[in-house]
Design a protein around this ligand. Structure first.
Ligand code: SF4
Length: 266
């Protein structure tokens, strides 16, 4: 069996503890307006045409977004970085896209990585069947779990899906073996208002178990916007600007009441 992966990031320090290798798996059932990895949304391999200009001369480069990897290839990549991973108490992270969309492959890969002694993490939107999460839990040391909005109408509008299943899965993970880090993208005009943030904080206070280790606040940034041109997808965030440092600092203090560490960034 092989998994479709659109990017491999070595020496990653934002996707779990220590130095990690992050595999970005292709395909996502959500379509968040602010997604930084639009090349990860389609579950099919794609060709990306990148237009470049040197002086007056224009030229195009065609890149592949999505390549099949076997579990052995993943282990081979990890093996080359084992010294850094071990020394830093790092590991491997499966991100996306939504890695749970390729659940069978993910289980095989996680199991093999754990057998080889690596700390394993899954970075997920929470949107997959509860049965899928039950299958992945035994091989996952850490879930990086996104919460975007508690109001279901807003969630549907800005991500394309309801949040009912996501919140149900969060509850499951918080009551199962394995650590959970909550990631909250802070998106001006979408969820950065006091009411929306208060709803998220209250949910975390109500849901909290010993598994909840940390909250990461991820300020919206525009770095993914240029990719939308490459894919001919309209960028729906328009002229929305990143949140101010002051607002993010305020939110950091606001979330401290949950009673776990709060960090700005991944
Ligand atoms: S869940 Fe993540 S990968 Fe999927 S569309 Fe949203 S931001 Fe992009």
């Amino acid at each position: 069996m092989k998994g479709l992966i659109f990017s491999v990031k070595r020496y990653s320090v934002h996707d779990g503890p220590g130095i990690r290798v992050t595999f970005f798996m292709k395909g996502c059932p959500l379509s968040c307006w602010w997604c930084h990895n639009p090349e990860g949304i389609s579950p099919e391999p794609e060709k990306v045409v990148q237009k470049n200009k040197i002086g007056e001369k224009e030229f195009s480069i065609v890149e592949d977004a999505g390549k099949l990897f076997s579990v052995d290839e993943i282990l081979g990549i990890l093996e080359k970085e084992r010294a850094f991973i071990t020394h830093s108490k790092g590991g491997v992270t499966f991100s996306g896209g939504e890695p749970m969309l390729q659940c069978e492959f993910l289980i095989e890969a996680l199991k093999a990585c754990k057998d080889a002694g690596y700390h394993t993490a899954v970075d997920t939107s929470g949107y997959s069947s509860t049965e899928n999460y039950r299958s992945v839990i035994p091989f996952t040391d850490l879930f990086l779990f996104d919460i975007k909005h508690i109001d279901d109408t807003m969630h549907l509008k800005y991500t394309g899906v309801s949040n009912f299943l996501i919140l149900e899965n969060l509850l499951l993970l918080l009551h199962s073996p394995g650590d959970v880090i909550i990631r909250i993208p802070v998106i001006p005009g979408v969820n950065d208002d006091s009411g929306s943030m208060n709803d998220i904080r209250q949910l975390l206070i109500n849901f909290k178990t010993d598994n909840l280790k940390k909250i990461n606040l991820l300020p919206y940034h525009k770095t993914g916007s240029s990719k939308y041109n490459k894919f001919n997808i309209p960028y729906r965030m328009g002229s929305i600007e990143p949140p101010s440092k002051g607002r993010i600092q305020e939110l950091k203090e606001f979330f401290c009441e949950v009673g776990v560490k709060v960090k700005i960034g991944g």
